[in-house]
Design a protein around this ligand. Structure first.
Ligand code: GUN
Length: 295
């Protein structure tokens, strides 16, 4: 029997409805959550993402403060903006869209963001807190993956999760989150990557597979344990002359063959993708709630 779909758009809508209620509560207390969105240069994909983030702010009633800087912007100018936003009380979250142009040291910029406003969850302090199980901001895509699993009723405790990919943005943090001694976690986690020996054999051990390696349709149905849950983080552009825009999006998993074997699977698009921005909004709302709580 073909796997059921995990509908990221629907789960995303559900979380956004919950956020609207929390935002209304904040506003009733005189607080409007605010997100600063910083884009340096004109990377076309980044422009699309940033535009989607700003639109979501507007849909939810979050204040968005946009900063578009030229491709030649120097590191000191960007750091100066980040410092200004750190001390701006209207701003609860700071998002600097990555990648940054080559003359700018990304790590220096990420580290300059106040950990109290690090709604991307990329700051070393946020990641350190995640590792030792302290409260902080969960990186958005891993947080979205955890929400998809929990809200789809997938029991993770004691299960074998195999993460394919070891990026700082997805692979490493999702592995840490799901191995925590905590609700919606408690899994046994293996992290595999491009250098893993006999990758198909490792993937075949997965009760839950998280594919985040960035290679179009690399994981096929014959790699997947019958009944496994498959979360596909890939968003790869594959040339497709039959489409008006000349390409289609595919995941890291070969969907049609995997669907025949898995019990639950995320589609691409419409699976993990919509969750990332939703969790960015969730972190921004959480940040505003924390400020109010301290007040
Ligand atoms: N570039 C690609 N994904 C992301 C993200 O989640 N946050 C930021 N800041 N940049 C990105």
């Amino acid at each position: 029997m073909a796997a059921e779909l995990i509908d990221g758009k629907e789960i995303s809508r559900e979380i956004r409805d919950e956020l609207k209620t929390r935002i209304a509560t904040l506003k009733a207390k005189g607080v409007t959550p605010g997100l600063a969105v910083v884009l340096v240069g004109d990377n076309p994909a980044s422009r699309v993402y940033v535009g989607m983030k700003e639109k979501t702010c507007s849909d939810l009633g979050v204040f968005s403060d946009s900063h578009r800087l030229g491709v030649e912007t120097g590191q000191e100018e960007l750091l100066e903006l980040v410092r200004r936003l750190n001390s701006d009380s209207r701003i609860n979250g700071i998002l600097v869209q990555l990648p940054l142009p080559g003359q700018i040291d990304e790590a220096a910029v990420i580290t300059a963001i106040s950990p109290d406003k690090d709604v991307d969850g990329f700051h070393p302090v946020s990641l350190g807190r995640l590792v030792i199980g302290l409260e902080g901001f969960r990186p958005c895509t891993p947080a979205g993956i955890q929400e998809l699993l929990v809200r789809s009723g997938v029991e993770l405790s004691g299960k074998h999760v195999v993460v394919v990919g070891r990026s700082n943005i997805v692979g490493k943090p999702v592995a840490i989150m799901l191995m925590q001694k905590a609700a919606g976690a408690d899994a046994t986690v293996t992290v595999a990557h491009s250098r893993t020996a006999d990758l198909p054999a490792v993937v075949r051990n997965a009760d839950v597979l998280i594919a985040a390696i960035g290679r179009a349709e690399m994981i096929t149905g014959d790699w997947i344990k019958p009944g496994a849950v498959v979360i596909d983080v890939g968003t790869n552009r594959v040339e497709d002359p039959s489409r008006k825009r000349g390409y289609r999006l595919t995941g890291d998993v070969h969907f049609d063959s995997a669907r025949q074997v898995a019990s639950l699977i995320t589609p691409v698009p419409g699976g993990v993708g919509p969750m990332t921005i939703t969790m960015l909004m969730a972190n921004t709302v959480l940040s505003a709630e924390r400020v109010l709580g301290k007040g």
